[in-house]
Design a protein around this ligand. Sequence first.
Ligand code: ADP
Ligand code: MG
Length: 234
Amino acid sequence: MARKPKEEWKTYEGIFDKFTVRTLFELSGAGFFDALESPIALGKEANIFTAIKGKERVCVKVYRLETCDFNRMYEYIRTDPRYAELKHHRRKIIFAWAQREFRNLLKAREAGVRCPTPIKYKNNVLVMEFIGEQKPYPLLKDLPPDNPKQFFNIMIEEMRKMHKNNIVHGDLSEYNILNMNNKPVIIDFSHATQLKNPEAKMLFERDINNICRFFRKLGLKIKEDDIKKKIAKS
Ligand SMILES: Nc1ncnc2c1ncn2[C@@H]1O[C@H](COP(=O)(O)OP(=O)(O)O)[C@@H](O)[C@H]1O
Ligand SMILES: [Mg+2]
């Protein structure tokens, strides 16, 4: 598919503010995708789309500038040591949010974690690998695995890789794991942080707790302390 001519981008102005339309136009002009295809999800602070790139698809996450719950986002990023100096500067914080997700994904991919490969971020827009075929793979909450034990074991290994490489996901649950043919792909690294964040321990424990709770419901017998030890050993 050819890239959209400039006038056609104007149709997005009903969906996004002008600044975001320009950012999408620039990313497309730089060849990161041809055009947005269809909306996947309308999240709390971002809209997620598939986009066409030649014969392939990418995933485009657009953090909303206008309606996003800024104060809540600020509270979450405030304690991350990498962003300690940020003040209440609205746009900058939203840009930092997109950048942080990009950096977290990059770090997780470098650690071999099963997650989307980040491709580019600019302002409030993040472009990443699309995890799906025609449609995105279903969320774990909507499609439990055929073999819970096997899936759970892969999850432990993924969490171990993250921990070893100083990444705490921070929002890990069946809502942020895709079931890709019975193997997990972890998404939504917007809350992820480093172990030195004063909140990391709490987030790490909550992540483990969420995953154990979900797999217990599927019938697994799990000792959470053992799992924690397994994950925290390098
Ligand atoms: N890289 C991706 N490939 C395919 N689908 C994705 C991808 N990233 C997100 N999604 C889909 O979009 C939804 C919302 O994305 P997520 O990053 O979890 O945003 P939110 O912050 O709104 O929870 C996910 O539940 C998933 O269905
Ligand atoms: Mg999510």
